[in-house]
Design a binder for this molecule. Sequence first.
Ligand SMILES: CSC[C@@H](O)[C@@H](O)C(=O)COP(=O)(O)O
Ligand SMILES: [Zn+2]
Length: 211
Amino acid sequence: MSQRPFSTSAFREAARGLAATGRRIYANGWSPATSSNYSQRLNEDYAAVTCSGKDKGLLNEGDIMVVDMAGQPATEGKPSAETLLHTQLYRRQAQVGAVLHTHSHASTVLTMHWPANSLSLEGYELLKALEGITTHDSRLTLPVFENTQDIASLADQVDTAMADGRISHAYLIRGHGLYTWASDLAACYRQLEALETLLAIELDRRRLSGV
Ligand SMILES: CSC[C@@H](O)[C@@H](O)C(=O)COP(=O)(O)O
Ligand SMILES: [Zn+2]
């Protein structure tokens, strides 16, 4: 089946939005030292994604390119090394409009210090910033995948877990970071900000209670 062409103006708008969002994420300290990658769906067959190795504090429109849903470049540039973790989400769920990945202090300590293969956030009012959550009386479970440089294999593991209904809004990679997605970039940023704040709170809470 042939791929539906993407609109150049949609790409430019997505590039502007992703660059601004990336600079905002960097300013929060969640994307140090060129880490992280961000993307936005353009249509069924294409997504705008950050080029590999860019300083997220200086991110600009020229640092964004287009890939197809197999992760192959459709414009000039070298796509993020973790592009397949983005395209897996777009392929799995038609309603996913944006994906953000960060490398925060909290997600790294929480997954390195505690060996559990999931982390739950429960009872927090801020959970309501996540799409589809309407009460603090909720529990969000984030699966923790083991880190690997084999991104295709990690994307397969995530895909299987999603098919089994084991992932809702986000997942963690041990010693690495967080992936989250939502219907559009603004919702995805809001969700990321809530999750990173809650992870930092969770880390403090565990430190204070000595668990
Ligand atoms: C600079 S260490 C982080 C990278 O290895 C990777 O995990 C990452 O998030 C950024 O990779 P990138 O290829 O720039 O998108
Ligand atoms: Zn990463």
